[in-house]
Ligand binder design. Structure first.
Ligand SMILES: [Zn+2]
Length: 98
């Protein structure tokens, strides 16, 4: 994966908060605590209730129309990327394993 992360952010579908991790250890919860982002511009890390995450991340290569439409259908490549993210060691209940 060579693209550079510009904005590591998501929207919580529950409270509609948009949260962004701006540097590597910038760990942010949404207002209702359902989901979080981490990793800043180095890696994309998400956790909490994954079904409540709407991806809003932006990166350099493979330009996407931004802002992404709310009902955007992921390309196969993006789907693979997201699947990989979500299958990272699961972080549930907000516990960090660092
Ligand atoms: Zn929330």
């Amino acid at each position: 994966m060579t693209e550079r992360i510009l904005h590591n952010k998501i929207r919580c579908k529950q409270c509609q908060d948009v949260i962004e991790s701006t540097h590597r250890h910038d760990f942010k919860y949404c207002g209702c605590g359902a989901v979080f982002v981490d990793g800043g511009h180095e890696y994309l890390r998400r956790g909490g209730e994954l079904e409540n995450i709407e991806e809003l991340y932006e990166h350099t290569s493979e330009p996407l129309p931004l802002p992404l439409p709310r009902d955007k259908v992921l390309s196969a490549r993006e789907a693979v990327l997201l699947k990989a993210l979500f299958e990272e060691p699961r972080i549930l209940g907000g516990k960090l394993s660092e």
